[in-house]
Design a protein around this ligand. Structure first.
Ligand SMILES: Cc1cc2nc3c(=O)[nH]c(=O)nc-3n(C[C@H](O)[C@H](O)[C@H](O)COP(=O)(O)OP(=O)(O)OC[C@H]3O[C@@H](n4cnc5c(N)ncnc54)[C@H](O)[C@@H]3O)c2cc1C
Length: 416
């Protein structure tokens, strides 16, 4: 049996589910195809922060002391596989070039049209998918032990507020004790990003968006994008429930996108920053009020439906290299000191995900140059959960010929 739809969206992560959702809202018949169930890739296990403050991206460190510290490969916030360095040298060099201090605000201005809508766009989809209970208007908090680092970061807040309207509040240790009573009193201060939302179960959120697509008549199918073929009038792919054909396809395969785009003549400079998590129970079932990042410690503790989630920083490695969750082991003692209620691990093994990153810290959204009827939406790096619905809104307008809410040129696939 052949199912004919208007658009096949590959990858049922938060980006693919949001793209399919928006296309459907514009009247397109869609099939969302993944080799797993929705939300089981990188979108499964993140920190759940819809980062409305993330205008300035995660830069490659450029100061010598930081580079020397990372070179020792013993940090919690960044680690690397020496065997991967040669392969990563090209994208790293471009990432390093783009991370100059004077470029950071230029890039932030290109990210602004997307980041500034992220909460509104999530709320819109979550309402339609009956998933508002998963979103919390809590903001998230960065806590500091080092006063020099604290005051340096606090100094930047005025510029962030005046240029991008980012709201935050600075807390001293006494205010922090009221804000997060379960946190140790060892921190000297904190910055609370007040306007960000958080998600109590990122997997459930993507699943809810996918369920809603199905309710509205869309197809959710298991299938491998490797079976994608160009046909005289469009495209076909094999799924476990038969062949699907469509005029147009969208590649939203997150870190796996290059494996498919290469076949059709597009080679992106995508690289991955892997990360790990472990969920824990807590003594007395107490929880933090919101995600907390220990800036000096390099880890995040996030209250989730499933427990308290400990997440690590970045690991530079090949996408398919076996997991090496050393950063989790390094972070755990500090996390236990910071949140003394942290109790038993709840997962049989650490979860690993791979952030799909581009050297210019902007996502790739737009038409594939060479393959007619193929579109791209991937490369959201540290902010894929944040930007999924906004990406869906932008790409769906472009595909249906409507005026997009912003000029999409900065995200064009051919910019590299
Ligand atoms: C530790 C960690 C913490 C993070 N915290 C945050 C956060 O707080 N806020 C935030 O905004 N972002 C966060 N991120 C980043 C965010 O999780 C990602 O950017 C986002 O999940 C990427 O979504 P995606 O849909 O592009 O990719 P994915 O969710 O990976 O989806 C890609 C899909 O493609 C499928 N696929 C792959 N190959 C094939 C194939 N051949 N055929 C069919 N299907 C295929 C996969 O099964 C997968 O479901 C974090 C990431 C990590 C690792």
């Amino acid at each position: 049996m052949v199912n004919n739809v208007d658009v096949i969206v590959f990858g049922a992560g938060i980006v693919g589910a949001s793209v399919a959702f928006h296309l459907q809202l514009k009247g397109r018949e869609v099939a969302l195809v993944d080799r797993q169930r929705p939300g089981e890739g990188t979108s499964f296990g993140n920190a759940g922060i819809i980062q409305s403050e993330a205008f300035v991206p995660h830069l490659f460190p450029r100061q010598l002391p930081a580079l020397l510290r990372y070179a020792q490969n013993r940090s919690v916030d960044a680690s690397y596989h020496p065997a991967a360095l040669l392969e990563l040298a090209g994208p790293f060099f471009r990432y390093w070039q783009q991370s100059r201090a004077d470029r950071a605000f230029e890039i932030a201005r290109k990210r602004a049209p997307l980041i500034s809508r992220c909460v509104t766009d999530h709320l819109g989809l979550a309402e339609k998918a009956d998933a508002l209970d998963l979103l919390r208007p809590t903001g998230w908090t960065q806590v500091y032990s080092d006063s020099r680092q604290f005051y340096r970061d606090v100094r930047d807040l005025d510029r962030l507020r005046s240029e991008f309207g980012i709201d935050s509040e600075v807390l001293d240790s006494r205010q922090l004790a009221l804000h997060e009573p379960e946190l140790s009193q060892d921190f000297i201060g904190a910055v609370h990003w007040t306007a960000s939302y958080t998600v109590s179960d990122p997997h459930a959120l993507t699943s809810a968006y996918a369920r809603q697509i199905e309710k509205q008549g869309g197809l959710i199918r298991i299938g491998d994008a490797a079976s994608l073929e160009q046909a005289p009038n469009g495209w076909t792919v094999r799924s476990t429930q038969g062949l699907i054909s469509a005029k147009e396809v969208v590649i939203c395969l997150g870190p796996w996108s290059p494996s498919i785009t290469k076949r059709f003549g597009y080679s992106s400079p995508l690289f991955v920053k892997r990360g790990y998590h472990m969920n824990f129970s807590s003594k007395g079932d107490v929880k933090l009020n919101r995600p907390v990042q220990d800036v000096g410690g390099g880890y995040v503790l996030a209250p989730m439906r499933s427990g308290t989630r400990l997440l690590t920083g970045v690991e530079f490695a090949r996408l398919d290299a076996p997991p090496t969750p050393v950063q989790l082991a390094r972070a755990e003692p500090a996390a236990r000191r910071a949140f003394p209620a942290l109790d038993r691990p709840l997962d049989p093994k650490p979860w690993m995900g791979s952030r799909p990153c581009t050297p210019d810290m902007l996502p790739i959204i737009g038409p594939a140059g060479r393959a007619k009827g193929m579109w791209y939406a991937f490369g959201h790096g540290h902010q894929g959960l944040t930007l999924g619905p906004t990406t869906g809104a932008l790409l769906a307008s472009m595909m249906t010929g409507e005026a997009p809410f912003t000029d999409p040129t900065p995200y064009h696939p051919d910019r590299f």
